[in-house]
Design a protein. Structure first.
Length: 486
């Protein structure tokens, strides 16, 4: 139906309203419309502009034109492959407007946004309404997908509905490493003053090692702050390099203080300590406590490798500090992306605490599928935890998680293999199992609830050929999706 200039609602029957026309909102609209569901898609631009957007098109990417790696040995590549199985509009349009970027999927920004906009406006079931929504409608099925630049009015409404302590306006993210990449010969387990058992992994530094780290930290290149991200973080979330700018000893009396952490190998307190805290239930991921940073990614890898025990660390997420708007998803969302207190209200995109364009679009995809299921009187669905999408949903909706920060998709979130593989072979096997499990999951869904038409489904073998992944043979799978070792 194209665009509408005024704000109004049609009949609530067979209708879903989506707030936000970014990657998540447009993906949700596509999934609903192709299932025959009427959609009202609200986008506040151009009536209310942001400092980040350059056009009035939907699904405009503003910070980077890269949708990251397309390889099945990369978690973003796996998630994109799953989205292809689910007939994603975002992936389809990105591939139409891709530009050379090696193994990554990068797009012509303007052509991509225009392509998504044209695809959405061409859908007879979708009405694009250019209007700022200032509060969440009380009735009907609603998907909130307003992203990191949610308007002040809607932010206030969300704060009132969720509670002030459950809506955040910036990220203070510490790096995360895989447990298997930490050199435990240089580490010891302990909690400060023995309180809490051995919950933390501690990496001790001598004075010389500490000063070498501080010198590299202060000299490291930092990410420039966009005009729309300028803010003053509270003291507890200050980037470590800015703390180090205040003086060489600042970190030693801050997040690297060694008080109450006796090194059992020496019987003495080290000069400084980096503490790592368990990030997931499987104990495969650990975050560097208090190490939020605005160093460039390349500098983070170089500087953090100077910490004893992290010389060969595998980072599944690097640190950052930037403006964002996201909810305390573990306390508010089901894995189906429904609000726990009102199951006709969905959240999608970065609002849910996922990081990245692909992750945002993937949550919009599932929110669209599940909103359609509600219209049809069917139960909402969630992909298996062995898939990238299922694992990401499991992370953001884990109600036992007490310290929640946004997360990119990574292999550390996915249910581990039953075989002892490492490195690229492990990642490729996780991907092959994930795609097989996603295909099996799709085949179990009823006709209309399937994520893709029969012609849209891509086999695991075909996806492997598309991505050129041939170093690990396709393994036979048991009924539970785990690989059978010959």
């Amino acid at each position: 139906m194209g665009t509408a200039d005024k704000f109004h609602y049609r009949s609530m029957d067979n209708l879903v309203r989506i707030i936000g026309g970014g990657l998540a909102g447009t993906e949700a609209a596509w999934q609903l419309a192709r299932r025959g569901i009427a959609v009202e898609l609200f986008e506040m631009r151009p009536l209310r502009r942001t400092e980040a957007h350059a056009s009035d098109d939907l699904a405009e990417v503003v910070c980077s034109n890269s949708l990251r790696s397309d390889s099945l040995s990369a978690p973003a590549g796996l998630l994109k492959a799953e989205m292809r199985q689910l007939n994603s509009l975002i992936i389809r349009t990105a591939e139409t407007h891709r530009v050379p970027a090696g193994s990554a999927l990068a797009v012509d920004r303007a052509a991509f946004a225009r392509g998504v906009t044209q695809a959405i406006e061409a859908l007879p079931k979708v009405q694009v309404i250019r209007h700022e929504v200032e509060s969440i409608p009380d009735d009907g099925i609603v998907i909130v997908a307003t992203g990191p630049l949610t308007s002040p009015a809607l932010s206030r409404a969300l704060t009132a509905q969720l509670g002030e302590e459950h809506l955040y306006f910036y990220d203070a993210i510490s790096p995360i490493v895989t447990a298997e990449s930490i050199d435990m010969n240089l580490a010891y387990r302990a909690a400060r003053y023995g309180k809490g058992g051995d919950d933390y992994i501690n990496l001790p530094l001598t004075q010389a090692e500490y000063y070498r780290f501080i010198d590299a930290l202060v000299a490291a290149e930092r990410v420039a702050t966009h005009s729309f991200e300028r803010f003053v973080p509270f003291e507890g979330c200050m980037p470590i390099e800015e703390m180090a700018d205040r003086g060489k000893e600042t970190l030693a009396f801050g997040p690297m203080r060694a008080v109450g952490l006796i090194d059992p190998s020496t019987g003495r307190r080290p000069y400084a300590v980096v503490q790592l805290r368990q990030e997931n239930r499987a104990s495969t991921l650990y975050n560097l406590v208090g190490f939020q940073t605005k160093m460039t990614y390349a500098e983070q890898r170089k500087v953090l490798a100077l910490i004893p025990g992290l010389a060969n660390a595998e980072f599944v997420r690097l640190g950052s500090l930037h403006r964002n708007t996201f909810i305390n998803a573990p306390q508010h969302l089901l894995p189906t992306l429904q609000w726990r207190q009102r199951q006709s209200l969905f959240f999608a995109g970065q609002m849910t605490g996922v990081e990245g364009y692909i992750e945002s679009a993937a949550t919009g995809l599932l929110a669209g599928i599940n909103a359609a299921n509600l219209v049809f009187g069917k139960a909402p669905v969630v992909p298996p935890l062995t898939t990238a999408l299922g694992a990401l949903l499991g992370y953001i909706s884990d109600s036992e998680r007490k310290r929640f920060q946004p997360m990119n998709v990574n292999f550390g979130l996915i249910s581990p293999l039953s075989v002892g593989l490492r490195g690229k072979a492990k990642k490729e096997m996780l991907s092959r199992r994930a795609l097989a499990d996603m295909a099996a999951w799709l085949s179990e869904l009823d006709g209309g609830a399937k994520g893709a038409d029969a012609n849209d489904l891509v086999s695991v073998e075909t996806l492997g050929r598309i991505h050129g992944e041939t170093s690990v043979e396709m393994q036979p799978l048991r009924n539970d999706g785990k690989a059978v070792v010959p």
